[in-house]
Design a protein around this ligand. Sequence first.
Ligand code: BGC
Length: 248
Amino acid sequence: MREILGIDVGATGIKGALVNVKNGKLASEKFKIKTPAPATPEAIYQCIRMMADNFGWQGKPAGIGFPSIIKHGVSLTASNIDPSFIGYPIQEKFGEIFGGRLVVVNDADAAGYAEMTHGKGKNQKGVVLLITLGTGIGSAIFLDGKLLPNTELGQLLYKKSVFEKYATNSARELKHLSWKAWGKELNTFLNHVNLLFSPDLILIGGGVSKHFAQYEPFLKVNTRLETAQLLNEAGIIGAAMSAAKLQD
Ligand code: BGC
């Protein structure tokens, strides 16, 4: 069994676990740390070090899913984390903890990768779109199982801002929206992305997907729409899988 440490960095919490990358199952308990405020590179570095210490994983391979555009291990945006992450070489800097054996990818891409391999996207041909609804909106698009990274569909312009400010779960909570009012915003978003990419399947992930029955009546999208299967563990599993090519 090959184990890799998968870490999902979110706006509210940082979660990690050892993952059996052969079968995509967690091989340990999850370890959670509250995301520090401000979530600066220095503060997050300390959390990742705590994570490695918890699993005795210094110098061993790890993967991190991070909530921003990640190009070649560098974060390029910061919608829900500290702006000092813009242009920060996460993979290189945090990689020190893991003896240089770290892969950093976008968090939604990581979740999508897990879902396509071990969840509802398995063996699914054509275009599959995974949307994660949490503090932000994450997106991952696959064509015949191959990822187009960093799509950031939550940043599409909408009303006076971007869709992420209206259709994500944090917007629902912040504005105390009813399922109906929020469902309408989500419906507008889903129809917009459906028009752009004509996916064969849209999967909804993130914590709020477990309440799907509450807002499904307000979603009218002309394609297959389902909830993701791996729920909160997809980010951890996909992050570890992204690092599977690293040497032990
Ligand atoms: C970020 C994305 C991320 C999403 C989900 C958004 O605010 O821009 O990169 O995937 O949140 O965490």
